[in-house]
Every structure is written in structure tokens, then in C-alpha cells.
Write a protein of this length. Structure first.
Length: 248
């Protein structure tokens, strides 16, 4: 069995686990929007798109696996589903893990941003890319750091110490700037120790720049919508206290 074919096994298990949890909720009469099932399946499908041997293919794989797939998966709220679907004892233990200080540090947006962006700079601006190329464990690392960063920015699932919108927005802006600068350096020169065709290198750099922008704009939209919803709730609470109707 090929390495890529092996990737389908955990992907299939993830979909089965998600759909089992959603089925349990619906069987007992709880609401779980069907759109989340679709989004989760799309996220898994995007994560399975293989890369190619070219540098442009490597960057495309990074954008899909480390940026787009995590956004889709996080929007499906898998941890919320898990907490609602498992027995009470298991739920309590999971909440203890999610509420632990190590989990709190990892999902603190600036920390998650440094882990995600820092690993990309380390890979592409040192001799690491020349040494390891596209090893399978590297793909897993790209996916996990992207998932961690997206989780920290979106904050859709229950997490310890819900960071404010300002902290999350700042971490997102910083990560986006670091991605853009990295792409510009790759447009000028290849990773150390690697010889790339100029057209391939520049196409890959442009894909990293613009592809990253698209995904990061999507994350910014999530944060903006949460800010708008929070403002609406605050105005509603204020109007209840003062008796002054909310502004339309």
C-alpha cells in the first residue's frame, strides 16, 4: 500500500467518528446542523489532495493541508461535537484536558501563530528543506500546526481562557505579515541548498502569497463576525438594563 493510500485510513476513521457523533446527537433529539457534516467532509477531502514533486506543488500542498483544510475542519466544530456525544464521565475528563494549562498555552493565539509561522520559516529559510524534502511526518506537522493556529484564532470549540478578539486579530495580522514576507523572500531566492527552476520558484512563491491571503481573509471574516455578534449581545444586555431599545 502506498504512503498516500495509508493517509486515507485515518481520514476515513475521522469521518466515521464525526458522523457517528452527529448521528447520536440527532437520535436523542439534539440539533446538529447538517452543513457542519458537509464542511467536515470537505476539510478531510482537501487534506487528502496530494502534492507533486515541483516546488509549486509543495506550496499548493502546504496551502491546502496547513491552511484551507484546518479552516474547514474547525468550522465543523469537531470538539464541540465530541463533548456532546460522549458519556458524562468521558466528557468530564476531556474538559479537564482542554482546561489544563498546557492546552491553554498552546491555543493562546500568539503562541500558536509563532509555532505555525516559525516552522514555515525554519523549513524554507534554512537547510532543513534541502535535508528532508517532503517527508510524510512533515505533512503531519504542517497540518497540526495549521489546525492549532486556526483553532486558536477562530475559538469556535470550548477552550481554556478565551482570548479576546483584539489578541486573536493581532495574532492573525502578524501571521499574515510573516507569511507574506516569507513568500516574497522565496520569490527572490530558493531555500538554502536547493536548486529550483526560476519559473517554478516564483510560481510557488506567488501561490504562497495569494493563497495565504485568501485563507487568512476567511479567518479574518470569522473573527469579524464574532466581534459583530459580541457587540450585538453587549448592546442587548445594555438595553435590558437601561430600557433603551437597541439600534437597528
Amino acid at each position: 500500500m502506498s504512503t498516500h493510500a495509508l493517509h486515507h485510513v485515518p481520514a476515513l476513521l475521522a469521518i466515521m467518528a464525526y458522523e457517528t457523533g452527529a448521528w447520536r446527537l440527532r437520535q436523542r433529539g439534539d440539533r446538529w446542523p447538517p452543513g457542519r457534516d458537509v464542511v467536515f467532509g470537505a476539510g478531510v477531502a482537501v487534506a487528502l489532495v496530494p502534492g507533486t514533486s515541483s516546488f509549486t506543488g509543495h506550496v499548493l500542498h502546504h496551502v491546502l493541508l496547513g491552511m484551507l483544510a484546518p479552516v474547514l475542519l474547525v468550522l465543523a466544530r469537531p470538539m464541540t461535537l465530541l463533548l456532546r456525544a460522549v458519556p458524562t464521565t468521558t466528557r468530564r475528563r476531556l474538559k479537564q484536558v482542554l482546561g489544563s494549562w498546557p492546552a491553554g498555552v498552546l491555543v493562546f493565539p500568539p503562541v500558536a501563530a509563532v509555532l505555525e509561522v516559525g516552522s514555515l520559516w525554519l523549513l524554507h529559510r534554512t537547510h532543513l528543506y534541502a535535508a528532508i524534502g517532503d517527508e510524510p511526518w512533515l505533512h503531519l506537522h504542517v497540518f497540526l500546526t495549521g489546525l492549532l493556529f486556526t483553532t486558536a484564532i477562530c475559538r469556535l470549540d470550548p477552550l481554556r481562557h478565551r482570548a479576546g478578539l483584539g489578541v486573536r486579530a493581532g495574532a492573525l495580522i502578524g501571521a499574515a505579515a510573516a507569511h507574506a514576507v516569507l513568500a516574497k523572500t522565496l520569490y527572490v531566492s530558493a531555500p538554502p541548498g536547493v536548486v529550483l527552476a526560476v519559473a517554478d520558484r516564483q510560481a510557488g512563491a506567488e501561490l504562497m502569497y495569494y493563497g495565504g491571503d485568501v485563507v487568512e481573509l476567511g479567518l479574518a471574516l470569522v473573527v469579524a463576525l464574532q466581534w459583530y455578534a459580541a457587540r450585538g449581545r453587549a448592546e442587548a444586555r445594555s438595553s435590558r438594563r437601561t430600557g433603551v431599545p437597541r439600534r437597528a
